[in-house]
Design a protein around this ligand. Structure first.
Ligand code: 13P
Ligand code: SF4
Length: 302
């Protein structure tokens, strides 16, 4: 076995640690992780984890969510600088203004957000449970933050609700254009198209399937097609190819790469296990303020 992998396994035992990884991190990290999944799966695993230490291989909001759900555990992040730009694309001031204007509005906060934004929300959602949760809410008005594309994708499926939109977006999914999608389809006419709901509406509307990273993998696993055009971050190709060695996968453009997810390396995983730093540090007040919307998400998505 490769010496880095041996070292990770040895450290996991020594520190009573488990590794949780998102599908967007480098293949070598997904390969050593105990759990790999989408944001919803990772937050569920975090609530059941028995280990003393969780190594969260993903971006800052994922580490924060794991800490909020497990305040007594140590949550380590291999690179503290790995952050999701979209997580900052809403403001507490605007939330307060919307609440004033629409007292009945539910503030629905995509999990790709800072703990501060979560603390101002009524409920959190991920791309795999947003529709179910929005439908379950009694409120007619929904202020959906930060992602405008996910918000529009959900809003189109619940015409009975009135959405107030925010202008946040994922810079990687925003760049997946209809023009490139049609070009790729032209080159691979028999391929099915599966995209993430963070893509712009004209892209999701042209796709055969829209879903979270886990849902895209489940779709590909169950579909009889031999080839797929994938509209999400390239890291997901590792699991797609592992589970479907005989199928072929194409990207829509050549920059479906999240630079923050790619900051993580196996060496940084080893270092964080050896040193116990950087760890997610949050005050008890900050944890308490963001805990309810996340727990409500877990409850409403059952
Ligand atoms: P998933 O919840 O589908 O894993 O997506 C997370 C993410 O960051 C998408 O860009
Ligand atoms: Fe954030 Fe986009 Fe990276 Fe996901 S892919 S972590 S939404 S920047």
């Amino acid at each position: 076995m490769n010496s880095s992998i041996e070292r990770v396994n040895q450290l996991k035992k020594e520190k009573n640690a488990i590794i949780l990884a998102h599908y967007y991190v480098e293949d070598e990290i997904q390969a050593v992780a105990d759990y790999v999944g989408d944001s919803f799966y990772l937050s569920k695993v975090a609530t059941r984890a028995k280990a003393d230490t969780l190594v969260l291989c993903g971006v800052a909001f994922m580490g924060e969510s794991a800490k909020i759900l497990n305040p007594e555990k140590t949550v380590l992040m291999p690179d503290a600088a790995a952050d999701c730009p979209m997580a900052h694309m809403a403001t507490a001031e605007k939330i307060l203004a919307v609440r004033k204007q629409y007292p009945d509005a539910a503030v629905v906060c995509y999990i790709n957000s800072t703990a501060e934004l979560k603390a101002h929300a009524d409920v959190c959602v991920t791309s795999s449970n947003a529709l179910k949760i929005v439908k379950a809410l009694p409120n007619k008005y929904i202020y959906f933050i930060p992602d405008m594309h996910l918000a529009h994708y959900i809003a189109a499926q619940v015409p009975e609700k009135k959405f107030i939109f925010n202008e946040g977006y994922c810079p990687i999914h925003q760049e997946i254009t209809l023009k490139d999608l049609l070009k790729s389809k032209n080159e691979h006419p028999d391929a099915r198209i599966a995209v993430h709901p963070e893509c712009p509406a004209e892209v999701t509307q042209a796709a055969d399937f829209v879903g979270s990273t886990s849902e895209i993998i489940a779709y590909v696993n169950s579909d009889e097609a031999d080839a797929f055009i994938i509209g999400t971050e390239i890291g997901v190709f590792y699991e797609l190819k592992t589970q479907n060695p005989d199928k072929t996968f194409y990207t829509i453009n050549d920059h479906q790469i999240c630079p923050d997810m790619k900051k993580l390396t196996l060496e940084k995983v080893i270092r964080v296990l050896e040193t116990g730093t950087p760890a997610v540090e949050m005050t008890p007040e900050a944890i308490k303020a963001a805990d309810l919307p996340l727990k409500r998400m877990l409850e409403l998505s059952k």
